[in-house]
Design a protein around this ligand. Structure first.
Ligand SMILES: *Cc1c(COP(=O)(O)O)cnc(C)c1O
Length: 380
């Protein structure tokens, strides 16, 4: 199915054909025990090779243009397992500074005890290059970033990593495979929190890694010892969700573009961060590496006019909630939620003021979303 468009792949790639009933959707195989006489297959959930896990991997590989992958019970299971598969004591890793908080905590909290060295760097490829040492074994980036949607030049990171023979990894959660295919840009490993866009309905925890056959084999081997496998029912739910991934994310991205333009025109909004805006410093790079600019944006309400808290309480449709990527629009203030553990001076350096709001745009009609934002900005 390699030649087909993403929308078609979402629906059709990797389906399991049940010859007995000839139903058009994959059956759920809940078995943890499989007969083994006369068969070389050894399915077992923690070996990540059951039928429902394999079907999902095939669909995700089609969407991310990878050779092989592993699906997990959470994004952090995918990320931590991948680190532990690719790094050991004595190794060094170059890690982007402003990555997802849980990933950053895993690096800073766990790497020292494991004897793994790391350097946290900015988004500039020159800074990344300067941090590479002879014992560096991976480069890890995120783009667009959370919560200010900054853009990393992925082709330059990929070229740099290849020239040094080091695998490059990206957390592709924010863009989703609909808006960004890092493997096609030369990045080696694409990671996802499936809890966000892939699941997309706020009711499923999962994670995934898509990469080459060789690296997926190493990650799967580590995963067999660490666990973190996704059960059959959740695999099915994720497969079902992925069928509408293209539809959902296209609509969400279109909505986000309209909302970003609306917010930028509002006198009570100080700043809007969205890679699709010409005012965004990463706009040109984003244009060259993303199919769409994504459905996440952030903005600052002028504190002299309205506090972030008062603004969120005035919203009627958009719900103040953590997490992101669901069909319903949600909003949060990172200073009080995702980044509350980050020291204030670091927060300021990262552009996370008390008035910064992060909006995850859903699939609602965009005029209803804009009307809600408009009335909340008016303060009544
Ligand atoms: C949520 C998230 C994660 C972690 O995923 P979980 O499914 O919560 O474990 C990792 N990276 C990014 C960018 C996220 O938004």
């Amino acid at each position: 199915m390699a030649a087909m468009e993403l929308q078609t792949q979402c629906v059709h790639a990797g389906g399991y054909r049940d010859e007995k009933t000839r139903g058009v959707i994959s059956p759920i195989f809940p078995a943890t025990a499989y007969e083994y006489l006369d068969s070389d297959a050894r399915p077992y959930p923690r070996y990540f090779n059951t039928p429902n896990q394999q079907v999902l991997v095939q669909k995700l590989c089609a969407l991310e243009r990878g050779e092989d992958g592993v699906v997990f019970s959470s994004g952090m299971a995918a990320i931590s397992t991948t680190f532990l598969a690719l790094l050991q004591a004595g190794d060094h890793a170059v890690i982007q500074d402003d990555i997802y908080g849980g990933t950053r905590s895993f690096v800073t909290g766990r790497f020292p005890g494991l004897g793994i060295q790391y350097t946290l760097v900015g988004r500039d490829p020159a800074a990344i290059e300067a941090a590479i040492r002879p014992e560096t074994r991976l480069l890890y980036v995120e783009s667009p970033t959370n919560p200010t949607l900054q853009i990393v030049d992925l082709r330059r990171v990929a070229t740099l990593a290849k020239s040094r023979g080091i695998p490059s990894l990206i957390d592709n959660t924010f863009a989703s495979p609909v808006n960004q295919n890092p493997l096609a840009l030369g990045i080696d490993v694409s990671l996802h929190s499936g809890t966000k866009y892939l699941g997309g309905h706020g009711d499923l925890s999962s994670g995934a890694v898509i990469t080459s056959r060789e690296l997926a084999g190493r990650i799967r081997a580590a995963a067999a010892g660490l666990g973190g496998n996704l059960n059959a029912q959740s695999c099915y739910l994720l497969e079902r969700s992925l069928k509408t991934l293209g539809l959902r994310v296209e609509r969400q991205t279109g909505n986000a573009g309209r909302i970003a333009a609306f917010l930028e025109s509002q006198p009570r909004v100080k700043r809007v961060h969205y890679p699709g805006l010409r005012s965004h410093p990463g706009h040109e790079i984003a244009k060259g590496q993303m199919a769409g600019f994504g459905a996440m944006l952030s903005f600052e309400v002028d504190p002299r006019a309205l506090s972030a808290d008062a603004f969120m309480r005035a919203l009627r449709l958009i719900r103040p909630a953590m997490s992101l990527g669901g069909v319903e629009s949600t909003i949060c203030d990172p200073a009080r939620t995702s980044h509350r553990e980050v020291p204030v001076e670091d927060r300021e350096r990262l552009g996370i003021s008390a008035g910064l709001l992060r909006l995850s745009v859903g699939v609602e009609h965009v005029e209803d979303l804009i009307a809600d934002l408009r009335q909340a900005l008016a303060g009544h």
